[in-house]
Design a protein. Structure first.
Length: 180
């Protein structure tokens, strides 16, 4: 089985500048989840995909529809790992710091985060089981950067070989293969 992992296309988004509160950060996260994408024309590495699994978030669905003509299955199993403010106090931080501390909080399963690391791993493992049940040989997976890092790690443990990355660029295609 050959898998293509793609992070959704770039989001047309206005990031807040300066220092923001937890409420402003939450508003930006919600806006980001609903914002349109900037399609990439003539993407390198296109293949004739037989099936596509995509996150059910709009940015991933729109990316999947622009990449393939095959059947597309939307699933919440491929959603980005939820990101919430680690603290609701009224202090202000730069957006990048809210994101960084939120991701570190998730990695330690801090109570401020909607999903624990263990729940994320279980969700990725559930998706891998779904993937194994398909009878297709060329499957495209459209998801989100942080979740793809976790998924690719678990794909390696499940017998798939491919290049793992710490940062997935928008629209970047990485191939994984399982000869079993």
């Amino acid at each position: 089985m050959q898998l293509g992992l793609v992070r959704h296309f770039k989001v047309k988004d206005q990031k807040p500048t300066g220092w923001v509160t937890a409420d402003q950060f939450a508003h930006w996260v919600k806006h980001y989840d609903e914002a349109p994408i900037e399609p990439i024309e003539n993407m390198d590495g296109e293949m004739d995909w037989e099936l596509c699994f995509t996150s059910d978030l709009p940015r991933a669905v729109h990316t999947a529809k622009s990449l393939c003509k095959c059947e597309i299955i939307e699933t919440p199993l491929l959603r980005e790992i939820p990101l919430t403010a680690f603290n609701q106090k009224k202090f202000r931080l730069p957006l990048a710091l809210w994101i960084l501390v939120g991701r570190v909080s998730w990695s330690y399963s801090h109570s401020s985060q909607e999903e624990t690391r263990r729940e994320t791993v279980a969700r990725a493992e559930e998706f891998i089981e779904l993937l194994k049940s398909t009878q297709k040989n060329k499957v495209l997976i459209v998801s989100h950067g942080f979740f793809l890092m976790e998924l690719s790690k678990l794909l390696g443990k499940a017998g798939y070989s491919g290049k793992r990355k710490w940062h997935y660029k928008n629209g970047e295609l990485l191939l994984f293969k399982n000869d079993a």
